[in-house]
Design a protein around this ligand. Structure first.
Ligand SMILES: Nc1ncnc2c1ncn2[C@@H]1O[C@H](COP(=O)(O)OP(=O)(O)O)[C@@H](O)[C@H]1O
Ligand SMILES: [Mg+2]
Length: 313
């Protein structure tokens, strides 16, 4: 059973959309930075589909293929399969992943990496539900839901003519965008709780708890690697803290440094600091003209000089 943690409004909206589309057979495009939970959401959609009325066929298959992980030549063979003798080394016919996904879900991860050829063939799969294996004459009929995942801007790829517009439109029927974790901080601690349980089970230790300071640091951190980075941070902390309490010292240096920098930035300024800041701003505005600056600030030139001198001390 797949659980999608969604505390923030943005993630709740994404999960709600996923739930709605799950019962249908509509194609889905899931976008989001690396580690935001695209694969997790795709599995969630499939799991709900299987439970729903729409899946009357019993165990609908779930097939995932990472378009970025395979060399171009292999990707097509992997997707569409091949007949014996289609290319050197094709000693026996092999069905592709699309055939394997018949009556189920086909997840195309990193869809932007599809070759032009594969894009054309995939369009035909979507529009006519048919294709041929490499080197094959026989037309194969297939019926599956496509879930495309991408962490790049597909519209931009379309503009560059690196991605077919017609295919893009076909994939983009329902789009679920997952915001970066730093833009939905309410999800950080609930996700951390899930990862704490997972790590405890995986390593056979007592479920650790985060100290208040550790929680605050995590909530403040920007997570360039999103939920995946959080999962790694928690797993590492569980291992070094040995299943007890996880404190700031058990978090990676990147997290601790970020917290320090932030704290410094967030320290309240003194009146003198605000005043100096403002004087610098006005001097910039008057391009260094001190009489003009003094006039705007409502003080004498002499007073301005004094303040400038004391701010340098
Ligand atoms: N909202 C969420 N709820 C539960 N687990 C999540 C959520 N988002 C991400 N994860 C988990 O974080 C990890 C990274 O997510 P993943 O789906 O692989 O990201 P992506 O495919 O976008 O790179 C996985 O272990 C995934 O299960
Ligand atoms: Mg992924």
């Amino acid at each position: 059973v797949i659980e999608i943690i969604a505390e923030s409004a943005a993630m709740r909206e994404a999960r709600r959309l996923a739930e709605r589309v799950a019962a249908t057979k509509a194609n889905v495009l899931i976008t989001g930075e690396s580690g935001t939970g695209k694969n997790a959401l795709a599995r969630f959609i499939h799991a709900l589909y299987v439970q729903s009325q729409a899946a009357r066929d019993g165990d609908a298959p779930y097939v995932e293929i990472d378009c970025a992980a395979l060399p171009r030549e292999l990707l097509e063979a992997e997707l569409f399969g091949y007949e014996r003798g289609a290319f050197t080394g094709a000693v026996a016919a092999k069905p592709g992943r699309i055939e394997a996904a018949h009556k189920g879900t086909l997840v195309l991860d990193e869809i932007a990496h599809l070759t032009a050829d594969a894009q054309a063939k995939l369009l035909r799969v979507i529009e006519r539900k048919e294709f041929e294996r490499l080197g094959g004459q026989r037309t194969v009929r297939v019926d599956c839901r496509l879930i495309a995942l991408t962490n790049v801007d597909l519209e931009e790829a379309v503009k560059r003519r690196a991605f077919r517009e017609d295919l893009y439109f076909r994939l983009n029927v329902v789009r679920v965008s997952i915001a970066p974790l730093r833009q939905r901080r309410e999800d950080i601690l609930p996700l951390a709780a899930k990862f704490l349980s997972q790590a405890a089970a995986k390593h056979g230790v007592r479920r650790a708890v985060l100290t208040k300071e550790a929680r605050r640091m995590l909530e403040d951190y920007d997570f360039p690697g999103n939920a995946r980075e959080l999962a790694h941070i928690i797993e590492r902390a569980v291992i070094i803290a040995g299943g007890g309490r996880i404190g700031a010292e058990d978090l990676p240096e990147t997290v601790r440094l970020a917290a320090q920098t932030k704290a410094r930035r967030l320290r309240p300024l003194t009146l003198r600091e605000v005043e100096n800041e403002y004087i610098r701003e006005i001097l910039a505005l008057t391009k260094g003209n001190k009489s003009e600056a003094a006039r705007i600030l409502g003080i004498s030139r002499k007073s301005l000089y004094e303040r400038m001198r004391s701010s340098e001390e």
